[in-house]
Ligand binder design. Structure first.
Ligand SMILES: [Zn+2]
Length: 63
């Protein structure tokens, strides 16, 4: 028996399919913490960049 497969909580893909998964260290009700894969992290980074850009653009417009 090997280690149980970790699935990304955001896209539900197994670690074997996405390469790398990071598991948070926060436990809720005895369940394991949320996990996120490298693909979803990339997506999140893009979203953060867009939001930061949008926030900057908004600020410039207000001035
Ligand atoms: Zn994912």
């Amino acid at each position: 028996m090997g280690a149980p497969t970790t699935f990304c909580d955001f896209c539900d893909k197994p670690a074997s399919q996405v390469g790398s998964i990071i598991v948070g260290n926060r436990f809720e009700g005895g369940n394991r913490a949320v996990a996120i894969c490298s693909e979803c992290v990339d997506l999140c980074v893009e979203i953060f960049k867009e939001r930061a850009l949008a926030a900057t653009t908004e600020k410039e417009r207000d001035q």
